[in-house]
Design a binder for this molecule. Sequence first.
Ligand code: CUA
Length: 333
Amino acid sequence: MGRIPYKLFVTFVMLGTSLAVASPQNLNMFNPVSPAATPIRDLFFLVFGVIGVIFLITEGALILSIFKFRSTGKETKEPPQMYGSNPIELAWTVVPVLIVFVLFLVTTRSIYSLDMQEPPEGALRVKATGHQWWWEFEYEDLGITTAGELHVPKGVPVFVELRSADVIHSFWVPRLAGKIDCIPNRENHMWFQADEIGTWYGQCAEFCGTQHAKMLIRVISEDKKDFDSWATNQLLPAVEVPTPMNGKDTFLSLACINCHTVQGVTHQGGFGPDLTHLMSRDTIASGAAENTPENLTKWLLNPNSIKDGCLMPNMMLTENQVASLVEFLTTLK
Ligand code: CUA
């Protein structure tokens, strides 16, 4: 009887440890770098410890009984039967109630300590919108719109307003904060503060359609100085670089402009990601592929080859058109 729970327990612990130790993508929630993630980790360990002790006591008693009171096959009559014991029944009612009550109080305290209704003094405000299947980040105070990659200054609280453009998504960067859903026609919010410089990976945590798995988030925390220079560059309109194949004219002549904005060139499209500073991003398609001319070419020839089912249609472009577009896109530094 005790074997299956025991195996489950061992599998769980092994899975947890391997995730914790080998997390190449920096997804380890047990190693927070933000004061918004630390209470979640602490609460997890507390609850895990309490239930672990309960598990050991109950399983211990079970296994002990199995071996100590096992039938020898020679008994001639039933062992003495016992009905009702006030002290025992009181104990196994009161003790669990107390445990549940304590866990309830600690959990409530953690939830309240993390819930922030208004941005704190000096916070950076960001509006994050989940789309099928990419993230849009707007820094309204700074006038910046970007996609897929969220730059933040180190050590500064970031207040995130979460929305959805279509279905329910969930914003989760495990080392920075807990997960909060993005719900259509509703605004949720959360906060985090990256106390170290680095790239923190995240993932849409609510199934939202075919490409849910490729709806990645990168939070890049950097020194104030680097963040400011990134922000300054983002505020510039797209660079005007005449290219041999007239890439910009190709871009303007095709349906691209119906969905994509390039500040200074065209600003009617809001359905797809803003491309003004496309080349300042490490990845395309919300982390699905590295941002290289080869991948851009592959993407434009057939977006489905990188992200099956994605909402950017295959525009049936010729190889020349694609080459010309890539030439233009790679000037968008
Ligand atoms: Cu968006 Cu899952």
